[in-house]
Design a protein around this ligand. Structure first.
Ligand code: DX5
Length: 211
């Protein structure tokens, strides 16, 4: 079963709350987009202490699109994130993965479309998950880069037990191929939140991924 994971990319706490309300009980895992305006040119609202106070009933992933991943990883682990993704393109990402794992949380790495998988090969056995990016991070609603499908297939063939997720440009037209290539989780924002009806688009995406 390939899991559909709504991504919350919010610019205020109110927008964050609104998106949580739209998700409701439909998803069991959510991914919070943390953008610092340095690693990516965009900046989101994502306050770990405020999110911790919400006591959200989900498995929480923090997608750390930040230039300084270690303190961000520590803050989100302290806030209750069960899985963090730091970017292989960010200085010090390995220490951030280790910090999460030392706290019995899952440490994952995200790889942008132009980053060769060889950049993470050396430590792949110290990773709990890989987030294959279908876009260059920073914005929601960008066009999907189809190379991500082959990258998922390559990772799956070499690492049968690795958790693989895809983020960026995921929608009904590529969900089945990504799941067939071996993705365990598909992260989506615009395919869910820009649709007319969140529940219908969530069900349609899940059907597409698991057909
Ligand atoms: C990086 C973000 C986005 C977001 C998904 O930009 O990580 O990829 O989660 O946005 P969509 O699903 O709209 O591409």
């Amino acid at each position: 079963m390939t899991e559909i994971i709504p991504a919350i990319l919010a610019y205020s706490e109110k927008e964050f709350d609104d998106k949580v309300k739209q998700i409701g009980a439909r998803a069991s895992t959510i991914q919070i987009d943390v953008m610092d305006g340095l690693f990516v040119p965009n900046r989101t609202w994502a306050d770990p202490a405020a999110v911790a106070k919400m006591r959200l009933p989900y498995t929480i992933e923090a997608h750390l699109m930040v230039a300084d991943p270690l303190p961000a990883a520590q803050a989100w682990v302290a806030a209750g994130a069960q899985r963090i993704f730091v970017h292989a393109e960010a200085e010090g990402w390995r220490a951030a993965v280790q910090a999460a794992r030392e706290e019995e949380r899952e440490g994952g790495v995200a790889v942008n479309p132009n980053t060769p998988l060889s950049a993470i090969e050396e430590v792949i056995n110290e990773l709990d998950a890989v987030l294959v990016m279908g876009v260059n991070p920073g914005w929601s609603g960008q066009p999907f880069e189809r190379l991500a499908i082959a990258r998922v297939a390559e990772l799956r063939s070499r690492y049968p037990r690795l958790r693989i997720e895809v983020d960026g440009g995921v929608n009904e037209s590529n969900a089945r191929e990504l799941a067939a290539a071996g993705a365990d989780g598909l992260v989506a924002a615009s395919a869910l939140f820009s649709a007319k009806n969140f529940e219908e688009s969530f069900k349609a995406l899940s059907r597409a991924a698991n057909s």
